[in-house]
Design a protein around this ligand. Structure first.
Ligand SMILES: Nc1nc2c(c(=O)[nH]1)N[C@H]1C(S)=C(S)[C@@H](COP(=O)(O)OP(=O)(O)OC[C@H]3O[C@@H](n4cnc5c(N)ncnc54)[C@H](O)[C@@H]3O)O[C@H]1N2
Ligand code: MOO
Length: 438
């Protein structure tokens, strides 16, 4: 048997970052930048108005009051998108819209609310200060400045910045494409009711969804028969299509364990028994000329999910140019003791019972058998029990890893009325409105 760390470090020392490619911004969401991105322009690109109102010289209106307003002739309108270069004559004003360019010679904008909204002449009741409501050129970003560094992950806000400073594409690490291959003669497709001896392929949808939750591209092939030739053909077909292969089932000691039979002959896949529960039978290696990483996960549903979280997710993040572990585990206190297998790291399914307590409070989420999907669906996190601990006592503190890419410290339960009282939380108002409408 090998330790969890040993298997993980073998995986992480084998997988590398995928080669960067140039992608349009529309196709770069979730990708990590492989170059520094410099601004091609200044932002704002020109002095422009922050308000709908009148643009003028502050010194012309500084004495304006309600009682003694100042009247100025209006020389025309400047709308957003107007590309004419204008000059303001002292003692005059232009009507100007938000985002429209400020004419030369002007130094302030008075919002329309502080005027009579006149078209040919405008009466101003309160003069703006010098520079008021003008967004100066280059205030946000200067031309040539690095706005996004290599290594930054492109989410909605970073894509907006890249586009605003003149880029349509970027050199990025592509999202890894992963295929999940479910093997087993007993498997039938999701959506069917299993007969005697049949089992729905729930691992396929689960692992593909777990991969998508990480932000990678996932497909799946279900119900591959336990025949070495079939398994070999499916794997060979996938080599040119994906960056990683995840199989489930067929890796323990069974007489029909086809994945193990096939991969023992091909590539560099090495099968090990890892001192963990669940998730003992593991295999990892590379396959084909492209050296595609292959992860062979056990078929038991909980074992396959835990294996994915502990071994596959860190590897896929690394391939995507991200840190293998993006959030640190959190300390939690267990409310009730439980037994843990000796000499194995246990990944116990737990629910968070109190988010407000420091540290978090957790308890076991029902049955801990490797086949028990109900408690897996209910769990918020995996509590890690070290191999030298055979009995966890109430009050002990353990490290917990969030499931589904969440941090177990996050609120995974709906806030109670007491928790939202007095705090701005617009979701609560929307829920109340939807409730009263329905
Ligand atoms: N003699 C031994 N038997 C077993 C050992 C062992 O050391 N010696 N290890 C056990 C452990 S631990 C695990 S975990 C499993 C792993 O088995 P396999 O990876 O070979 O998986 P299968 O035998 O194909 O299936 C196990 C179990 O999971 C169900 N399954 C499989 N695929 C799916 C799927 N896609 N969706 C839902 N459920 C699936 C399958 O029906 C079986 O019930 O081996 C133990 N045995
Ligand atoms: O180690 Mo297996 O993964 O218990 O079910």
């Amino acid at each position: 048997m090998i330790g969890v760390e040993e298997h993980l470090s073998r995986i992480l020392s084998t997988v590398g970052v995928l080669p960067p490619t140039r992608r349009s911004l529309d196709n770069a969401q979730g990708c990590v930048l492989a170059e520094d991105l410099r601004s091609r322009v200044s932002l704002p690109g020109f002095d422009n108005s922050a308000m709908d109102g009148y643009v003028l010289l502050a010194s012309d209106t500084e004495r304006a009051t309600e009682k003694f307003p100042v009247r100025l002739p209006v020389d025309g309108d400047i709308a957003a998108g107007d590309t004419t270069r204008r000059r303001l004559r002292p003692g005059h004003a232009f009507r100007i819209m938000t985002g429209a360019p400020v004419p030369e010679g002007a130094d302030a904008v008075v919002p329309v609310e502080q005027t009579d909204a006149g078209v040919e002449r405008v009466t101003i009741y309160q003069g703006p200060g010098h520079g008021a409501h003008i967004r100066p050129q280059g205030e946000d970003v200067r031309q040539g400045q690095v706005v996004l560094r290599a290594g930054t992950r492109l989410g909605p806000r970073q894509l907006a910045l890249a586009a605003a400073v003149g880029h349509g594409d970027a050199l990025v690490v592509p999202l890894p494409r992963v295929v999940v291959v479910s093997t087993g003669d007993e498997l039938i497709a999701p959506g069917s009711v299993p007969g005697f001896g049949e089992v729905v392929d729930s691992n396929g949808p689960m692992l593909a969804a777990a991969a998508r939750d990480l932000g990678v591209v996932a497909s799946r092939i279900g119900g591959v028969a336990d025949e070495p030739e079939t398994v070999a053909r499916v794997l060979r077909q996938q080599l040119s299509r994906v960056d990683a292969i995840v199989t489930t089932g067929g890796v323990s000691m069974g007489a029909y364990d086809a994945v193990k039979a096939v991969l023992s002959q091909l590539g560099t896949v090495q099968f090990d028994r890892v001192a963990m529960q669940p998730g003992k039978p593991q295999g990892f290696g590379v396959l084909g000329e492209e050296e595609i990483p292959v992860f062979t996960l056990p078929g038991n549903p909980v074992s396959s999910l835990v294996s994915f979280e502990v071994f596959v997710a860190p590897a896929l993040r690394r391939m995507a140019g991200r840190a293998p572990f993006e959030s640190a585990p959190v300390v939690a206190r267990v409310e009730e003791g439980f037994r843990s297998p000796a000499a194995k790291t246990q990944f116990a399914r737990v629910v968070v019972t109190s988010h407000d307590a420091e540290p978090l409070r957790v308890r076991l989420a029902g049955g801990q058998g490797s086949h028990v999907l109900g408690s897996l669906a209910e769990a918020h996190a995996l509590a890690v029990v070290p191999p030298d601990v055979a009995q966890v006592e109430a009050g002990d503190e353990l490290l917990v890893l969030g499931l589904d890419g969440t941090n177990p410290g996050d609120r995974t339960h709906a806030a109670t009325a007491g928790e939202t009282a007095g705090r701005p939380w617009f979701g609560a108002a929307a829920v109340a409105a939807a409730g009263s409408a329905g």
